[in-house]
Design a protein around this ligand. Structure first.
Ligand code: SF4
Ligand code: SF4
Length: 380
């Protein structure tokens, strides 16, 4: 059985880095995004290479804390620390940063980041539900297009934009197909593996190859249904839905699957929160992109009703037995919304719920393991 582990993921990253460095030597530009609200379709259509920056390592946090307060979320500190110490190849290669104003910590961190690289701030509305918000976000999306065209010197035609939308729609549909192997009676892929299989490699430089590789991986995963030992093992495992902050650091995911559970579905950014998005190809491209991206159900928006609707669908589609919420320490948006998610999970869906608040260090790993094991026991 092919392992889809950290080595698989590292190979993807190395390949995409190599391709990007070669493209840069030939004059290509790299544009980085920090958040799921920014349409990467526009960056690619205007001839630049998109890359997502979202750090998950504890290593650069001490350096970040020389400029940032300690009591902000580890994702922000790690991202800033990598930039400050110039130890992240993705940040290093970036010529331009696009920064969505989401939570307060990120917003203020971006001001400091501007001293290291060019940062273009995107005025993200606080609500996705009004016509004014969509209009405002359409204006911001159009500004991105002009900025990237200026950087690359390439004009993106309507056709370029449509092709880019088609490519990203196909990529997201394939990511969804990977997770969907877990909708049957027995899940066929671990959450840790699904994350590795659906990784873009960092730089979105060759999405067609990634789509083909994911399709091959789906065939591999489907073959697991013929392996009776594997099926017997998976059948024993409680099926969890992981929700909450982006799973930039894998500590919780590892603990759950080492402790006998399986993360059958992930509602987090990069997982099914964003993979389910399909941009309307019949509408004018910039409007279609603005509408689709603004609807990402993130707690930075108020209200954020889309998250409950998505959770309800995933719980049903993936035959979920318990909901696990990951909250990075000092992430106020997710932490406050956790109260509503718990009520929704327990009262409306009738399922057990566990929230784990943690950071990127290993200091609480064993304490979390004990809580997760008790939760899995309850589900059994
Ligand atoms: S959870 Fe929200 S703020 Fe965080 S990356 Fe996703 S969309 Fe952005
Ligand atoms: S995890 Fe929370 S605090 Fe951290 S960047 Fe995302 S929304 Fe902001």
């Amino acid at each position: 059985m092919q392992p889809f582990d950290h080595r698989y993921r590292e190979a993807l990253s190395e390949r995409s880095l190599k391709l990007t460095i070669a493209a840069k030597e030939n004059g290509a530009k790299v544009v980085a995004v920090y958040c799921a609200f920014t349409p990467k379709e526009i960056i690619a259509a205007a001839g630049a290479i998109p890359v997502s920056l979202c750090a998950g390592s504890e290593r650069p946090i001490a350096a970040a804390e020389q400029h940032l307060p300690r009591n902000i979320c580890p994702l922000i500190k790690s991202s800033y620390g990598f930039a400050l110490t110039d130890t992240c190849p993705y940040f290093h290669e970036a010529d331009q940063i696009l920064a969505d104003l989401t939570c307060d910590g990120k917003k203020k961190m971006f001001e400091l980041l501007g001293a290291i690289k060019p940062v273009h701030v995107l005025q993200l509305p606080q609500s996705a539900d009004t016509e004014e918000s969509v209009r405002q976000w359409s204006g911001e999306v159009e500004k991105i297009l002009h900025l990237i065209q200026h950087i690359t010197g390439k004009k993106a035609t309507e056709d370029d934009l449509k092709q880019s939308i088609h490519r990203y729609n196909a990529f997201r549909r394939t990511v969804q197909r990977v997770f969907e192997v877990n909708t049957g009676a027995v899940p066929l892929v671990f959450g840790r593996e699904a994350e590795a299989i659906t990784d873009s490699g960092g730089f979105d430089i060759d999405l067609e190859t990634r789509i083909r590789e994911m399709e091959t991986a789906v065939l591999e995963l489907e073959k697991r249904a013929e392996d009776s030992a594997f099926m017997a093992e998976m059948q024993k495992r409680p099926r969890l839905l992981l929700t909450g902050c982006p799973t930039t650091n894998k500590k919780l995911l590892d603990i759950v699957e080492e402790s006998g559970g399986v993360v059958a579905a992930m509602e987090n950014c990069g997982g099914l929160k964003t993979a389910g998005m399909q941009v309307d190809t019949k509408k004018e491209p910039l409007t279609a992109l603005a509408e689709a991206y603004l609807a990402v159900p993130c707690p930075c928006m108020t209200p954020n009703k889309g998250r409950m609707a998505l959770l309800e669908k995933l719980i049903s589609d993936y035959r979920i037995e318990g909901v696990l919420e990951l909250t990075w320490q000092a992430c106020h948006t997710y932490n406050i919304e956790a109260y509503s998610i718990q009520k929704f999970t327990e009262d409306r869906m009738g399922l057990p719920y566990l929230q784990v608040e943690t950071d990127y260090s290993q200091s609480d790993t064993e304490r979390i393991r004990v809580r997760v094991q008790a939760f899995l026991e309850l589900l059994r």
